[in-house]
Design a protein around this ligand. Sequence first.
Ligand code: ADP
Ligand code: MG
Length: 254
Amino acid sequence: VAKPDALLVADGVTRRFGGLTAVRVDHLEIQRGAITALIGPNGAGKSTLFNVLSGFDRADAGSWSFDGHDISKRPAHRVARRGMVRTFQLTKTLSRLSVMENMKLAARHQRGERLALAVLRPLWRSQEREIERRADELLERFRLSHMRDEYAGTLSGGQRKLLEMARALMVRPTMVMLDEPMAGVNPALTQSLLGHITELRDEGMTVCFVEHDMDVVMGISDWVVCMAEGEVVAEGPPRAIGKNPAVIDAYLGK
Ligand code: ADP
Ligand code: MG
């Protein structure tokens, strides 16, 4: 039985690629208003689990609900409309468009418009203004306002990660799933990204993020879930998880 403050509850989630079972998660709960870190060695199935839960990939089996609604077979834009959005390990910014255009496209894409249509079809003036207002607010928050009209391709790796997070927030989600938000980011920007993540949590948002760096995980997580070979092998509060034998096994390889 799921705890009363579970926002996302998943059961029996399986994803196979040919003979490989990339994900077989018996049970997973993500607590509302908390930061949950998803850890585990390369190939553990973390990204695949994100893909499946967020509707970017199909599962072979399993069911999961978000905020009490079954979203198991919903495509990504319907999941986003329910309030759950995700970012990708490799950022999806469009380098030949401006930062602002990337923000505006994200808003329409997450609402289910096909990308080509969203690029070509104008919106009503009032809708456009509302989206721009929201985008400017987020660019300000992530300190990207000065890059607003520059090509996204001119952003540094870290700034691209910030833009990716800003884009995810365009639909005012209740939960964000961040796949390695700190990967390839310099230490100064890492601190700022961590600050943004805790700030979102403090505002009541639910955050689930994939991360390798244990110091980072220990520093900001309320709960840690460890995957290995597709399964959840351990979970617990950050202080306990580093000493958990299953976690040590997972990282050292059995
Ligand atoms: P993680 O994010 O934990 O590093 P992934 O979810 O990316 O792990 O991958 C889990 C396993 O599934 C890996 O063995 C990977 O090679 C495999 N895998 C992931 N995506 C695909 C795919 N589209 N086709 C075939 N195998 C895949
Ligand atoms: Mg991954």
